[in-house]
Structure formats: C-alpha cells, structure tokens
Design a protein around this ligand. Structure first.
Ligand code: 5GP
Ligand code: ZN
Length: 112
C-alpha cells in the first residue's frame, strides 16, 4: 500500500519514535509547527476519522491513552496542548492514514 505512515510503521521510512505498543505508534512530525509536534497513529491502516467502525472503539480509546502518555512524556501535560485530526478536503488532511497531531510547547492561538 502506498501510505507514508504504513511505511513508517513497517520501518521502511525512518522516524523519531516517542511511543510504541502493539497497536499504536507515536513519532515526531517531520515538519513541526510547534516545539512539540507528535503524530499518534494506529498501526492498522484506517484512512480517516470517517472510516472508524464500531469495532474500533477500543483502539480509539487506546489512541487517546497514548496521546495522554505522550503529552506527559513530552512535558506538555501541565502547560497544555492541542490534539487535532484533520479530515477530508476542508480539513486539509494530506496523509490518508488516521492520525492525531499533538501540538504544544508554546502558547497556541485558535485560528481555524
Ligand atoms: P495532515 O496534513 O494529513 O493532517 O498531516 C500529515 C502530517 O504528516 C504533516 O504534518 C506532515 O508534516 C507529516 N508528515 C508527512 N510525511 C511525513 C514523514 O515522512 N515523516 C514524518 N515524521 N511526518 C510526515
Ligand atoms: Zn497507512
């Protein structure tokens, strides 16, 4: 499959990993927009938030716990952070493998 994140998960493209378990991987975004910018992804290819099924509810919970873990690991739990899942054209999703941006380490503005 021609998916950059599947290739990262398979180790075919290098990444700076910050968390990994059986079903979830977290790694530094290659083009960070803040001092902390981590991508948290399911290891299984799910194209977007819209493709999540009822059977994936446990996995979605695991992704949230991984986000919490990474926020603490990266030292932004106390200062605060933002989690974003871009979806579709207006959402400007560019990689079609479900991923959560965890952004922090500076004061963020709210400009959608
Ligand atoms: P999207 O635009 O789909 O919400 O987010 C995709 C993100 O993946 C972007 O922030 C982009 O910088 C990041 N990205 C794209 N290609 C790579 C890559 O090869 N390695 C890493 N670490 N991040 C990537
Ligand atoms: Zn994929």
């Amino acid at each position: 499959m021609d998916c950059i994140f599947c290739k990262i998960i398979a180790g075919e493209i290098p990444s700076q990993k910050v968390y990994e378990d059986d079903r979830v991987l977290a790694f530094h975004d290659i083009n960070p927009i803040a001092p902390v910018h981590i991508l948290v992804v399911p290891k299984r290819h799910i194209p977007s938030l819209l493709a999540i099924q009822s059977d994936d509810q446990e996995l979605v919970g695991e992704l949230h716990l991984a986000l919490q873990h990474v926020a603490k690991e990266m030292g932004v739990a106390d200062s605060g952070f933002r989690v974003i899942t871009n979806t579709g054209t207006h959402g400007q999703q560019t990689v079609h493998h479900l991923h959560y941006h965890l952004i922090g380490g500076r004061q963020l503005e709210w400009k959608a």
